[in-house]
Design a protein. Sequence first.
Length: 160
Amino acid sequence: MFCTQCGRELPNDAKFCDKCGTPIYQAQGSPIGMNWHIAMQVILILGAVLNLFNALVDPLSLSGLFSIVLLILEIITIIALHTRKKIGPLLILILYTTIAIDYVSIYVVHGVLNADVSMSSVLFMPSMEETAYLAGALIACVIMIVVNKIYYGKRMHLFS
């Protein structure tokens, strides 16, 4: 068991942290864990690897440039989370917002480039598959934003 304030390892029956004096509340069942924190770092590492691959395949395309931006943001976020910096949880929210913007922008650019040039407006009719993919991607981003906001909101005291 660890102190939620300073992170010192404590005996399981501790009532107070012997380093900082913080009261230790024994919750029924398992204490607030950091499993999601570890899983989030793994997700970010996998995302960074995929973005590195995308950036190497076509670095000068719009998708390649977004992959480079996301790769840099993922690396910074991984470091901030691993070192438990207060900015880490905020960077996750920024990252998933950036990913959502990435999906929408590529969707719009793809649609405009594939639009019928005889159309009098810039509006386009995306395919059902494109719309479903975008909707699924945006829903996944919103879910990740909400889950991480709740998860890290309860654990901000663990970050300095």
